[in-house]
Design a protein around this ligand. Sequence first.
Ligand code: EPZ
Length: 421
Amino acid sequence: MDSIRIVGGKPLSGTVAVSGSKNAALPILCSSLLADGESTFRNVPDLRDIGTTAALLRHMGLGVDVAPPLVTVRNTGITATDAPYELVRQMRASVLVLGPLVARFGRARVSLPGGCAIGARPIDQHLKGLTAMGAKVELDHGYVDVVVPSGRLRGADFRFDVNTVTGTENLMCAAALARGRTTLANAAREPEIEELAHVLNKMGARVEGAGTDTIVIEGRDALSPVDHAIIADRIEAGTFMVAAAATGGNVLVDNVEPEHLTAVIRKLRQAGVAVEREGRGVRVAGKPPFVPTDITTAPHPGFPTDMQAQLMVLMCLAEGVSTITEMIFENRFMHVSELNRMGASIDVDGRSARVTGHAKLQGASVMATDLRASASLVIAGLVAEGETRVLRVYHIDRGYERIEKKLSGLGADVERIKGDG
Ligand code: EPZ
């Protein structure tokens, strides 16, 4: 396993281009199950999760060529409708094949994704929605077996009990081929959901209201393949914006949709960071100490939970105390103990972390526990005095394309150490 070695203390400067969005690409690649023919996806990030998704689709009999940023999917008929444990345990988002499979083939057998480092993460809402559309769901030896007795899903009015991103995406795909109209109430509103709706409509579906909390889908008998370029990754962009400010740098984060980051930009400005739109990106400049800023994570357009760990590092460099409250996942403070080992002063009490600023971060060997926690440790390493080793960087490779190359392009002293993690 690789590790990343960082010598901190260098302000980042220059331009970094943001890659395509992981959390938009995954549901979109899975939606290619809905239509026969060849689909072409552009601006696809070169990430481990894309490889896992390709393996999943190949397991079902699709032809998939992955040559990032281009991915081609040929659907000439599938040979399997199951998502095996071996693949699902590598990537929870494998559950995104559920909606397309049940909608297209009237059945699916998907390994139930267990919990992960950040929480229990059940899929009850996905299954409840499919049941409302006429499916029968059974748990069988760690798998969910879903069958549509009538052979085809029917449209339904469904209200989510909790706001769920992949739940909304799964039911949008399911409804796209159902008989009749489906209304999804209390739906998630993330930009990745608008992007999936955009792709489904390019495939011939009729999805309206994506981006609001009520989505209406008129089912179609058949859909067509698509050629689509994936939106930029707002969380990767946000991560570089925080890294620029935390190191006292000045960086143009290019190929960003600022509208996808309003809550993050608002908090950065509140903390005293300069964020200005520039061309197809945003210029970010900042210098510690920052203004203490309280943050509470929430579904979009609220503050994204996927940026919580990164902002926490910035608040370690504030002149005073900030409170960070994690409302989406019950166990998303795994980075705190590692940051405290680097000299931060963070106390966790249930869903809230009290961050006392003025930290003099020191380089150390630290362990990544999940994707965004590892991003926060990399940022802390860029700020810290001396050398930091971030171990288990396979977490970061799931969601950041060549992060060490992009950071060294901004003047950071960072490198990947092969087989050292
Ligand atoms: C998506 O996960 C993202 N993953 C996550 O990003 C992100 O953190 C999350 O949305 C929230 O924004 C992808 O898009 C692939 P949820 P998802 O269902 O859909 C509860 C990253 O770092 N819930 O919106 O799995 C659940 O337990 C990843 O890139 C139920 O109770 O998250 C959680 O507390 C990490 N029942 C809350 O809802 C359900 O059926 C939100 O989860 C579904 C969810």
